[in-house]
Design a protein around this ligand. Structure first.
Ligand code: FEO
Ligand code: CA
Ligand code: CA
Ligand code: CA
Length: 622
């Protein structure tokens, strides 16, 4: 691959030209030398010499091969043209003066006409299960119909990542099974019907499709591990629920994908003699879990109860949900079991479905799944494109090339350690260890830009030491994170790629778009990149959302959240005149920090969706 991008280390003048325009496109070497890249990629040498990817006649080879033209070469039409907003650390969200926002679907909103109104703390698990959950995170909008009405009426699938018990229950930890059930009912997914009642004003309306999937809703498994003993318990309890639904994806066949991230925290062991297996250790299970204590009252989450052995293997999957029907949610085992942050699904060569996924833990990996065939043909045969295919883990070489390492029994490095594909998928992290994938700085969201570039946020990694840095994770410690970018071979279906670092957060320090801990990420069809943050911001400011134009290097801040919230989740109506984002854990549940979104005495802060609209009705982001 490297040979396809001839390098010319002596071409310093071009290097300077490029540097002018593309300060954001950087590859940083292990030695800390920053290089600007031309076109898509900067190749880099371990010696620290600057080597620039060939950009003859403004076209690099991968573009020539695939026929993809970058959208914004030549005459520039301004992609981002709004007044940026300053950082803030107050109790209310702020937005660019060219925009306006409203609030939709806060935690506790009744789904149906007869569902109970929000009360704090929730009165019962049954009441909570009829209301919008807590911990709003990834989401996607599905228009109710084709055509214009679909821009004003649709279904919103919202992930409820977590609800620390102090927030859900009004106390630190549950003290009874009923309280555990309330916490469980606040988790999962909300599928709500929403409608624009007046321009810019959306409401949750009672609808046939409106439903909750909680930690106790029946689900089913499919794909190569579905029938494995590893997913069966002695107790014979059927698979129930989804938890820690972080980011998301969606498919061209009209379904929602929700990703199970930190599922280990809900489990613990009541027996003090319990010891984790190596597999459990690799997924972070321990005797106490964190934040929830479900295992103390619900045996299903007790790792020391032999009847429920393997229950923990039922979490950590990508789950497919049909928002247009009430069909059972399906855990797609072919995509592997990791702490799934999100999934960016695109259609690659031969119509194959390709899914890019991050496993959000320090020193964990980036994954890719490629379906075995054309997704339309598979669907016509009654097969899910997400049930049959190949899973890979990414290896980033220091020279700007990369490889997708196959996680299957066909790979000798895997076959040596595993007995069958179900095991490989259930313990995908260990399979990726075996093949030598590159440990990354907490891979969060991935997104595929219209020119084929794939971006992934690496939110931060305080534990990476200076000795552990590599070209793809060049900072140790990495306190503020970075965004990495690659272009796959064979239109997303190959086993090699070229990569560079798009943006180091530390490079934004002192600019008017300074930020840290990138997390949510979405490339819109025009090539704008929306970046959302979750973590430390400059001067202790609130989390934020920025809009970037990778082609011009421009980045502007559109929105800032409230104190101690995270800005996450992003979707739009098909016309992109309305955008939905989420504020998660505003004030970390503390009314002294903020009472968003109610702002009345005695209110607790509530996670909620923010509806964003350009005042002139234009494309959101422009
Ligand atoms: Fe749920 Fe990694 O954020
Ligand atoms: Ca979160
Ligand atoms: Ca996240
Ligand atoms: Ca995060």
């Amino acid at each position: 691959m490297h040979d396809e991008n001839p390098v010319n280390p002596s071409d310093n003048r071009r290097f300077e030209d490029v540097l002018q325009n593309r300060l954001q496109r950087r590859t940083v070497l292990a030695g800390g030398v920053a290089l600007a890249a031309t076109s898509f990629l900067a190749a880099s040498t371990p010696a620290g010499a600057s080597v620039i990817a060939s950009n003859k006649k403004g076209k690099n080879k991968s573009e020539e091969k695939t026929g993809r033209e970058p959208k914004h070469k030549g005459k520039k039409q301004k992609l981002i043209d709004f007044e940026p907003v300053d950082l803030d650390s107050g109790p209310v969200p702020l937005i660019s003066s060219d925009y306006e926002f409203s609030v939709l679907a806060p935690w506790g909103t009744p789904l149906k006409r007869r569902a109970p109104e929000f009360s704090y703390p929730p009165t019962s698990a049954d009441a909570q299960a009829k209301q919008v959950g807590i911990g709003h995170d990834g989401m996607w909008y599905f228009p109710s119909t084709r055509g214009r009405r679909g821009n004003r009426h649709g279904y919103l699938c919202i992930n409820h990542e977590f609800g620390r018990n102090s927030h859900v229950l009004g106390k630190d930890l549950p003290e009874s099974l009923e309280e555990v059930r309330i916490s469980q009912a606040a988790h999962g997914i909300s599928i709500i019907e929403i409608s624009e009642v007046e321009p810019g004003s959306w409401e949750v309306i009672p609808g046939r499709q409106s439903r909750r999937i909680t930690a106790n809703t029946p689900v089913r498994f499919s794909g190569p591990a579905a029938k494995s003993e590893l997913l069966k318990t002695k107790a014979g309890n059927r698979p129930l629920g989804t938890v820690n639904n972080c980011a998301n994806g969606y498919t061209p066949w009209g379904t929602y994908l929700t990703c199970e991230e930190n599922f280990n925290g809900y489990f613990g062991a009541s027996d003090e003699n319990w010891e984790p297996t190596p597999e459990q250790e690799r997924y972070g299970f321990n005797a106490t879990g964190f934040d929830y204590d479900w295992f103390k009252f619900d045996e299903r989450f007790d790792l020391s109860k032999s009847e429920y052995a393997n229950e923990e293997n039922r979490f950590g999957w990508v789950v497919e949900i049909d928002p247009y029907s009430r069909r059972r949610a399906v855990k797609r085992t072919a995509l592997g079991r990791v702490k799934h942050e999100g999934v960016a699904l695109t259609i690659g060569q031969g119509g194959r479905a390709v899914a890019y996924m991050g496993d959000d833990q320090r020193f964990d990996y980036i994954y890719k799944f490629v379906s075995s065939g054309n997704y339309r043909k598979m669907l016509r045969k009654g097969k899910s494109p997400l049930d049959e295919g190949t899973l890979y883990a990414a290896k980033f070489n220091d020279d700007g090339t990369g490889e997708w390492l196959e996680l299957s029994m066909e790979n000798p490095a895997v076959a040596e350690k595993f007995d069958n594909q179900a095991e490989v998928l259930t313990y995908a992290r260990l399979a990726a260890d075996a093949v030598g994938a590159t440990p990354m700085d907490r891979p969060e969201w991935t997104t595929v830009a219209p020119n084929g570039d794939v971006y992934c946020t690496l939110t931060n990694n305080s534990r990476r030491t200076p000795e552990q840095v590599d070209a793809a994770n060049p900072q140790g410690p990495n306190n503020d994170g970075h965004i990495i970018r690659w272009r796959d071979s064979a239109q997303h279906t190959g086993t090699s790629f070229e990569w560079d670092i798009y943006l180091l957060s530390s490079d934004t320090a002192g600019t008017d778009y300074a930020y840290g801990s990138p997390d949510g990420l979405w490339a819109d069809p025009d090539g704008r990149l929306f970046i959302q943050t979750d973590g430390d911001q400059p001067d202790g400011a609130n989390d934020q959302m920025l809009v970037a134009d990778p082609a011009s290097g421009e980045v502007r801040r559109m929105f800032t959240g409230v104190k101690d919230c995270e800005v996450t989740g992003i979707t739009t109506t098909p016309d992109r005149r309305t955008m939905f984002i989420n504020l998660q854990h505003p004030g970390n549940g503390d009314p002294d920090a903020t009472t968003f979104p109610d702002y009345v005495d005695g209110a607790v802060p509530r996670d909620a969706t923010i509806v964003i609209r350009r005042k002139d009705g234009g494309i959101v982001g422009s």
